[in-house]
Design a protein around this ligand. Structure first.
Ligand SMILES: [Zn+2]
Ligand SMILES: [Zn+2]
Length: 259
């Protein structure tokens, strides 16, 4: 059996054991957990289904790398696990928002600082850690163990499916990095939920051909270029830390670069 599949199963088992351990004192009935799971998974699928409707008319980024046409069993297994892992993640996000005294949840406690300001800070903090982690995954000694799977795709087109087609270890680490950012920034719960929702949309858009640009903040072409030239643009949402760490590569200046 493929080493990646074995590793994925081990990570899956360990992760679910951790979740089960965490939830042993839960007050939820099984059907409440089932309803919560269905709402999260249906919400994610609805969000993904809306992307082509909203962004389908945007100009297309040319395909320059080799497209991964067919998903193998391993791709489908990883995608399936990663999508399901959104359920315990959203449970833990909700829990940290409700249990942390530093995170406000009521509308009367919302301020510009803990909503708009915190929303921006969440992306800055998240991408600081993500850029370092992503850079680590590209180290020659660890690349083939985890991150190589995601880079089998040189020209993403499928949006969410190509975005979550990563090794489960990488996905769970990236997912819970959002929780770390929420813990460190302590935003209003509105900002935390907006961060997760907008983040999910941007991560999926990164793996479409839609040329979506938020000037000075976000550009689909930056991650698209990373799929062709992996030693560049390690950020997931913003390229701020790549500018700081010297790994930013401008798409328009390397339009013909191939890898
Ligand atoms: Zn990618
Ligand atoms: Zn990469």
């Amino acid at each position: 059996m493929d080493g990646n599949v074995v590793t994925g199963c081990i990570v899956f088992g360990t992760f679910m054991s951790f979740v089960a351990y965490q939830e042993k004192d839960s007050q939820w009935e099984w059907w409440q957990a089932a309803v919560f799971s269905c709402i999260i998974l249906a919400g994610l699928e609805g969000l993904n289904a809306s992307l082509p409707i909203v962004f389908g008319s945007f100009p297309k980024i040319p395909v320059r790398g080799k497209h991964l046409d067919e998903f193998e069993f391993r791709d489908k297994l990883f995608i399936c696990f990663n999508k399901i892992s959104a359920v315990p993640f959203m449970y833990h996000l909700t829990a940290i928002c409700l249990l942390s005294p530093a995170i406000k949840v009521e509308a009367k406690d919302a301020t510009y600082t803990n909503t708009v300001g915190a929303f921006v800070a969440l992306f800055v903090v998240y991408d600081f850690f993500y850029s370092l982690f992503h850079r680590f995954l590209h180290l020659r000694s660890v690349y083939s163990l985890v991150h190589k799977h995601h880079h089998r795709q040189h020209a993403p087109t499928r949006g969410n499916s190509d975005a979550v087609n990563v090794h489960p270890f990488e996905f769970v680490m990236g997912e819970y990095n959002h929780l770390l950012a929420v813990y460190l920034v302590s935003p209003h719960m509105y900002a935390a939920l907006a961060f997760i929702t907008v983040g999910g949309v941007l991560a999926s858009l990164n793996h479409t051909r839609a040329n979506v640009v938020l000037p000075g903040a976000y550009d689909v072409k930056a991650h698209d270029l990373h799929h062709r030239i992996p030693q560049s643009n390690y950020g997931q949402y913003i390229m701020m830390w790549d500018h700081v760490m010297g790994s930013f590569r401008d798409y328009t200046k390397t339009v013909d670069a191939r890898k």
